[in-house]
Ligand binder design. Structure first.
Ligand code: 4NP
Length: 159
C-alpha cells in the first residue's frame, strides 16, 4: 500500500514547499516508511506556478538543513484528490478552498497540517508579507513539530 501526502498553502512558494522538504527528510530517516509514502506540495493560487520557492524560504530552510532549490510551484487540481490520501492545509483559507474543490465522496483526510503538531497553534502563518526573516524560521519550527506527529500516525497506520 502506498500513501500520498500533499501539503497545500496559497502560493506554493513559502509554507508548503518547506513542509514538503522537511517531511521528505523525516521520511528519509525512516527508510521503510519512506518507501511507502509519496509527498508533494501545491498552492491554491496560480500566481507563482513554475516558480522556485521564495528566496527567503530557501535561505531559512538551508540554514536548518533543508534544500528547497529544486522545487517548483504548481496549483492544486482535481487529480490531487485521487493521487493523495492526506491533503494537509497550512491555514483555514487553504482548507476551505480544498473543501470547495473536493470531489463528492473523497475518502481521504482533508485537514489542517498543524492538527499533527504537539503545540496548540492551528495555522502556519503566511510569512510572505512579513518583514524580516523570523516568520520564515517560525514556519520551519511549526512544520517540524507537525511532521513528527504525522510520521507517528503513518508509522502506526503502515507498521
Ligand atoms: P505561501 O506564501 O502560501 O506560503 O506560498 C505566499 C506566497 C505568495 C503569495 C501569498 C502567500 N502571494 O500573494 O503572491
Amino acid at each position: 500500500m502506498s500513501i500520498g501526502v500533499l501539503f497545500v498553502c496559497l502560493g506554493n512558494i513559502c509554507r508548503s514547499p518547506t513542509a514538503e522538504a522537511v517531511f521528505k527528510k523525516r521520511l528519509a530517516d525512516h527508510a521503510w516508511l519512506g518507501a511507502q509514502v509519496h509527498v508533494d506540495s501545491a498552492g491554491t493560487g496560480a500566481w507563482h506556478v513554475g516558480h522556485s520557492p521564495d528566496p527567503r524560504s530557501i535561505a531559512a530552510a538551508q540554514k536548518r538543513g533543508y534544500d528547497l532549490k529544486s522545487l517548483r510551484a504548481r496549483q492544486t487540481c482535481t487529480e490531487d484528490f485521487s493521487r493523495f490520501d492526506y491533503l494537509l492545509a497550512m491555514d483555514h483559507n487553504n482548507l476551505s478552498h480544498l473543501k470547495q474543490i473536493a470531489p463528492q465522496g473523497f475518502k481521504g483526510q482533508l485537514e489542517l497540517f498543524l492538527r499533527y503538531s504537539a503545540g496548540n497553534q492551528t495555522e502556519v502563518p503566511d510569512p510572505y508579507y512579513q518583514s524580516g526573516d523570523k516568520g520564515f524560521y517560525d514556519v520551519i519550527d511549526l512544520i517540524e513539530s507537525a511532521s513528527e506527529g504525522l510520521i507517528d500516525v503513518l508509522e502506526k497506520r503502515l507498521g
